[in-house]
Design a protein around this ligand. Structure first.
Ligand SMILES: Nc1ncnc2c1ncn2[C@@H]1O[C@H](COP(=O)(O)OP(=O)(O)OP(=O)(O)O)[C@@H](O)[C@H]1O
Length: 615
């Protein structure tokens, strides 16, 4: 048995029911009212159905006149009609309010997703939890968390019906009751075993579902459309679909098999139960122990009693399953949030002053990796210092800045900013002092201006914005759009949106970081997509861009690091060289070697370009 199969639910059914009640009370009180309203109908409607034929047959037996019969039938029929209308009404209302609850759950899930600690978000397990939470939100009255209360009401109402019918059947033969109960208990345990199996294994098919969602999204998104066509990725997509779909189908087949066995056991139990009970009734009529109208009544009561029992049993078995859904939902809501820890220290610094950053024995290992990506990093960055981080691909540069950003927590060691330990500080207060530009660019479907300022129109500092536009080079970009500042982005969401080029997007990200005007600026290859003129312009303006700030600049273009006060060279997760550009050249080791190779390449390229120009 593996780890997952041993997994025990974190909360019991009662605790989950209390949680559900509180949440529904918070999201939509009316749904509770409608769920409760189901109870009398569940009990009364079948009772009317059972008594109607008995009354008719009884009155025929007693020679009642037509008027009497019509009154009796009409009164029960009217009661049944009212109850049925009420049942439909409540059903409609419950469905409507279920939609409301789904919306509220979706909101809750997405606000939570935006607040989860970044490091947790990076884990596949968290992605599975998010998928489960959304599935539960869309589960409605049958699978959603509200189903738990609906089931409780169903059990309670069926319990009432069970009590009434037990009283009636008790007068006939208590052994029949015992037999019906025994057969339903067998059904319950089989059904419980099936649900437990589903709970223990569902993570496995949810992981496959996530892969299938990824494939569906990627194969139909504009983002990948170009590569799919030019590199004939269709074959790979079909293959991957086929592979994961086959695995998914195998799980579905297994699950169907378990449900089928469950249904077979259920059918056998019903056959035994009804066969014996009806046989006994026929025997009593044949013996003359009961009248025909009593036969009709008991006949209805026995089948009704069995359905009360099976409704109770089915609901009890389902209670476990839904309770597990509630557990999953609760566990998702309990994931650590980056700004959650109320008790954690708030970072309070002067935003106009650059910050000191200190790394002491910092190592970091990704959860999925065996070895540490960063090892024993010791570094003190002075307030206002301009640091360049260089190294080969995969050396650990981005991981290093993500640690400084507080997105990851060191596996060992400590990072402090102005004496505040990042592991203990409230992250949202720290993020105010950071203005990073990462390699992967994510823009919002709003205007260029809003993408930069990320605040309400009346809060925009226009002179500062204009300065940032100029410094980042965005002033030239917007000139070509009639909408200027207010040009919309992201075509998927806005029909009138424009598509920025990679370099233009990078300039926008730089403008966003500049506008934030935070004391720590982090630039992870901010010039990778810029043309040589824009890149050169940025280097020339580097001091101006980072004035009065502590800055960390990652670049593969070693010539650009000259503008920095200190360069650190990372190799295999360790700092192997540190110093100014001239010091590292004088050292004559790895950095000097890398610089020489690059300088030669750029010199040759320059000469080639000059030759081409002359000829
Ligand atoms: N989320 C992750 N989970 C597991 N491993 C990761 C993750 N992110 C990065 N890594 C691994 O950590 C190592 C360092 O990655 P990192 O992105 O820090 O390198 P880098 O120096 O910034 O590289 P590049 O110059 O190519 O951007 C790589 O081997 C990478 O595969």
């Amino acid at each position: 048995m593996n780890q997952e199969e041993k997994k025990k639910p974190k909360y019991n059914v009662v605790s989950n029911a209390v949680f559900t009640f509180k949440k529904l009370w918070e999201w939509d009180k009316l749904i509770l009212f409608y769920i409760l309203g189901k109870m009398p109908i569940i009990v009364l409607l079948p009772l009317c159905g059972v008594y109607l034929p008995k009354i008719i047959v009884g009155e025929i037996e007693n020679g009642a006149n037509a008027r009497q019969m019509i009154y009796s039938v009409l009164s029960i029929a009217i009661a049944m009609f009212i109850l049925t209308i009420l049942q439909r009404f409540i059903q409609e209302k419950t469905s409507l309010h279920t939609l409301e609850v789904t919306k509220k759950m979706e909101q809750t899930i997405s606000s939570k997703a935006m607040a989860i600690h970044y490091e947790k978000m990076d884990r596949p397990h968290t992605q599975v939890m998010i998928k489960k939470a959304y599935d539960i939100a869309h589960g409605g009255e049958n699978e959603g968390i509200q189903a738990l209360l609906i089931l409780f009401i169903t059990i309670f109402a069926n319990g009432l019906g069970f009590g009434v019918y037990t009283g009636i059947l008790g007068t006939l033969n208590p052994l029949i009751i015992v037999f019906i109960i025994l057969t339903t208990i067998v059904s319950y345990f089989v059904s419980k075993a099936v649900n437990t199996w589903v709970f223990r294994n569902r993570d496995k098919w949810l992981k496959l579902d996530l892969k299938l969602v990824y494939l569906t999204y990627k194969s139909s998104s504009f983002e990948t459309a170009k590569d799919i066509r030019l590199y004939n990725m269709k074959k790979w997509f079909y293959g991957a679909f086929h592979k994961f779909m086959n695995r998914r189908i195998k799980w579905t087949v297994k699950m169907q098999l378990f449900y089928f066995l469950n249904n077979v056991v259920e059918a056998i139990m019903v056959l035994l139960r009804d066969g014996l009970a009806y046989g006994y009734l026929i025997y009593l009529v044949w013996k003359g122990s009961i009248s025909v109208s009593d036969f009709v009544l008991y006949f209805g009561i026995i089948s009704g009693f069995a359905s009360w029992c099976s409704a109770i049993i089915t609901s009890l078995a389902k209670v476990n399953q839904i309770s597990l859904n509630v557990c999953d939902f609760r566990e998702y809501l309990e994931l650590e949030e980056y700004e959650l820890e109320q008790a954690s220290e708030k970072m309070i610094l002067d935003k106009g002053q650059p910050c000191r950053i200190k790394l002491e024995g910092v190592s970091y290992r990704y959860e999925s990796e065996d070895k540490a990506t960063l090892k024993n990093i010791n570094l003190s960055i002075n307030a206002g210092e301009k640091i360049a981080v260089v190294g080969a691909n995969g050396a650990g540069k981005t991981t290093f800045v993500k640690l400084i950003c507080g997105l990851y927590t060191p596996t060992t060691g400590k990072i402090s900013v102005e004496g505040y330990d990042l592991a203990k500080v409230n992250k949202s207060t720290y993020y105010e002092y950071l203005a990073p530009v990462f390699q992967d660019i994510r823009l919002l479907p709003i205007s260029i201006k809003q993408n930069i300022t990320l605040c309400a129109e009346h809060e925009v500092d226009e002179p500062h914005l204009l300065k940032c536009f100029k410094l980042s080079g965005m002033d030239k970009v917007i000139k070509k759009f009639p909408g200027g500042f207010d040009t919309l982005l992201i075509r998927d969401m806005n029909e009138k949106a424009v598509q920025l080029s990679g370099g233009e997007e990078q300039k926008l990200m730089l403008a966003r970081a500049l506008y934030k005007d935070a004391p720590i600026m982090i630039l992870d290859e901010p010039t990778a997509a810029l043309d040589p003129i824009a890149e050169n312009a940025m280097y020339l303006k580097y001091n101006e861009l980072t004035a009065h700030k502590t800055s960390i600049f990652i670049s593969h273009r070693l010539a650009s690091t000259r503008f920095c006060d200190r360069i650190i060279l990372i190799e295999n997760g360790e700092i192997i060289e540190m110093g100014t550009h001239d010091e590292l050249l004088a050292l004559g080791r790895k950095y000097a070697n890398m610089f020489e190779v690059q300088a030669k390449y750029y010199k040759e390229q320059e000469e080639r370009e000059q030759d081409e120009y002359i000829s």
